[in-house]
Design a protein around this ligand. Structure first.
Ligand SMILES: NC(=O)c1ccc[n+]([C@@H]2O[C@H](COP(=O)([O-])OP(=O)(O)OC[C@H]3O[C@@H](n4cnc5c(N)ncnc54)[C@H](OP(=O)(O)O)[C@@H]3O)[C@@H](O)[C@H]2O)c1
Length: 332
């Protein structure tokens, strides 16, 4: 089968499309004829050796995909040949065939196409877990989303709206802000790019306070990091929850702890992948909710760009270069 392979760590131009042996079917696993996969920021980090979990070389990147089951291994009970499924793999999705553990595979609704299914798991899975289990977001609260037009960001805009929050989307261009508004954000604004100066940071805090009537945001969702985090935290509401999602801008910020005291707020770590292993039934329940929200028209993942498997390395570059809006899909 054809697969994208990381032979040496580095930028996406080092990746190769190779013919490799089909994966071996194992007990409690299923073989999937892969139809669509999606790109996530961890793919960008993993091929450079910068991710928290690092596979041995060579490896096939790609965390999630959707397709049809073609074979089931010994011991598999709840899945059968012909089922249309989404798989949460962590690794190996940018390939024609996939073998996945039954616990990492879920049937998708009949009305859901494969590209939509592949766009859902990591982004909506992370964001629902963050808003529901970690922040306990309440109806009527204000939710500020940084990097709001990115994969997890746009999922958060939609889920926040579906949960009844007043959503403020922050992103680096007007085009990105517009997409957030189309996906339900109540308000949006543009923040600067590059290393933020002290004045730009003060303006960022002031803008959030202005848009929240001086009260601050009750919940802040931060997948960006670097110089954006501290000014956002300075504009959190009393007893707010600051969700630490990731550091797409590159730097892990160091935060003065006195801010948590002054705001009576919480800084809350979010590691969806770890939680799915610790609470698999909680994750399945969250996905039932995500699928229902899609079937009922409350969420609709934005797919901004599609690439073929042959051009999968370009898909990863696209995300890395801050060009993606919503999700980037690889059609297999
Ligand atoms: N904690 C978890 O469980 C979990 C799960 C999934 C993902 N994540 C993390 O969440 C982050 C976002 O992932 P994603 O898949 O949503 O990525 P994405 O689609 O690329 O979105 C990231 C957003 O970050 C912003 N950004 C700011 N500076 C950037 C830079 N220098 N390079 C690239 N983007 C930059 C961009 O928006 P603007 O241009 O508008 O600023 C971009 O839309 C990553 O750090 C990822 O590792 C964490």
């Amino acid at each position: 089968m054809k697969a994208l392979q990381c032979i040496e760590l580095g930028m996406p131009d080092k990746l190769q499309i190779n013919d490799i042996p089909d994966p071996e079917l194992l007990p409690n696993h299923v073989m999937i004829d892969n139809k669509a996969a999606s790109v996530n920021f961890p793919d960008v980090l993993m091929i450079q050796g910068l991710y928290q979990f690092q596979p041995e070389l060579p490896f096939t990147p790609g965390g999630e995909s959707a397709g049809t089951i073609t074979e089931v291994g010994e011991g598999v009970e709840n899945l059968k040949v012909g089922d249309r499924v989404v798989a949460m793999l962590g690794l190996g999705a940018f390939a024609e065939k996939i073998v996945a553990h039954e616990n990492a595979v879920m049937k998708i609704p009949d009305s859901m196409d494969f590209e939509t299914a592949a766009a859902l798991p990591m982004t909506y899975g992370t964001s629902l877990y963050a808003l529901k289990q970690r922040a306990a977001l309440k109806k009527g609260e204000t939710l500020l989303v940084l990097g709001a037009a990115g994969g997890v960001g746009l999922a958060t805009v939609e889920l926040g709206k579906a949960m009844g929050a007043n959503v403020i989307a922050a992103a680096s261009t007007q085009e990105k802000v517009d997409i957030c508004m189309q996906h339900g954000a109540d308000q949006g604004f543009i923040y600067p790019t590059g290393d933020l100066t002290r004045d730009q940071q003060k303006e960022l805090s002031a803008k959030i306070k202005e848009l929240t009537g001086g009260v601050g945001a009750n919940v802040i969702y931060d997948p960006v990091g670097s110089g954006y985090s501290e000014p956002a935290l300075r504009a959190i509401a009393w007893e707010g929850r600051y969700l630490v999602i990731g550091f797409a801008a590159g730097e892990i910020p160091k935060i003065p702890l006195n801010l948590t005291l002054l705001k009576g707020c919480q800084i809350v770590g979010v590691f969806w992948g770890a939680w799915t292993g610790l609470d698999p039934s909680g994750n399945v329940a969250n996905f039932k909710e995500i699928f229902n929200l899609h079937v009922n028209g409350k969420i609709a993942p934005e797919v901004s760009d599609k690439f073929s498997l042959i051009n999968a390395a370009d898909a990863i570059s696209h995300l890395q270069n801050r060009k993606a809006k919503g999700k980037v899909i690889i059609q297999i």
